[in-house]
Ligand binder design. Sequence first.
Ligand code: URA
Length: 440
Amino acid sequence: MSSTPAQSAVEAFDAVDLIKAKRDGRSLSTPEIDWLISRYANGYVGDEQMAAMAMAIFLNGMERTEIRDMTLAMIASGERMNFDGLGKVTVDKHSTGGVGDKITLPLMPLVASFGVAVPQLSGRGLGHTGGTLDKLEAIPGWRAELSNEEMFTLLQEIGGVICAAGAGLAPADKKLYALRDITGTVECIPLIASSIMSKKIAEGTDSLVLDVKFGSGSFMGDIERSRALAETMVALGEDAGVRTSALLTNMNVPLGLAIGNANEVRESVEVLAGGGPADVVELTVELAREMLRLAGKPDADVEGALKNGAAMDVWRRWVSAQDGDPDGALPVAREMHEVRADRDGVLVRQEALPFGIAAWRLGAGRARKQDPVIHAAGIDLVAKPGDTVKKGDVLFTLSAEDAARFPRALDALEGAYEIGDAGSEILTGGPLIAGRVGAE
Ligand code: URA
């Protein structure tokens, strides 16, 4: 960064002029965007001005060139990692987030077991979607914070790493994302695409597979908006020289049976042991195939590596390398509450968003960045859409440290699932994987 607020050199632009330009629907030029982002990062442009700009972008959108400039300016606000010295191809995955989405946990060791390097820089959750680091911190001793040197060593020796993105990576995005979170400007394709891709490009991966969610439990909602987001992100990646593709995946129904932290780790270990719920296995396998295809290994026997212990072996070595105990007992909640079927029939509907909100209210997620998560809290589903149930069967179990949390979680689940007559249509909102964008 060239100047600080105290230096106040003659400035090339004025924030108010740029806000008015975007408010009135004009495109911003490359020098204007570079100036705006660098001056926001160093504090010369204030939060109130950037909030107005974010809202103007939210309302009026951005041209493709503006989104590219925004992404590059956010990358330039911080460090850029470089794994060239590794001698291995690097490939990463990013998910736009969903309920029960623990795929990173089995996916990283699975892909790494084929000799490519997977630098997975992850975040913590806010709101109803869980964060990968929060889930992994349920493992006794496991450490999320690594130095760049440790990351490099793990990638070299084990082939994969999942750790916290350091403060040096796209700091302008960190500031802007926090501001968007409290100003109603999150759900905006130019801002989401530049935010996600600035971090992924700065991370220095050769290839990237995006898991872009659609459906009620995703933040984009309908599939067409998810496709538009995917296309924007794929173009940003390709422009920056990162081989990028996206899968459009269904988030109308929770993924797997576990929603929480410790229980999602348990389910991930089941997948690594060759079992686990069919939808989690399917998505893990398809994302692994796509990552390995981009990394030049299209014929890898991905399912074989789950069945023969190769992926599990990487998981165990990797958990230990980050100070976790792969055999350590995961936390179990003090209080449980079972919800049972009130009639015979078929489970026809199970909505992701209310289940995500309920798990969050049980303590599995945080309402404010500084809140702790309760690793043992969450929901374990027993029935999934399409399953036949009998009156009195357990549909799902809520877990919490304090039973006082159950009523509000149950309020969130009011109307969130439905038992119909045998033969009723099953309402999952489409297939699990609805399409691919990019990297033909
Ligand atoms: N995740 C991000 O990193 N940025 C966004 O804008 C949305 C999701």
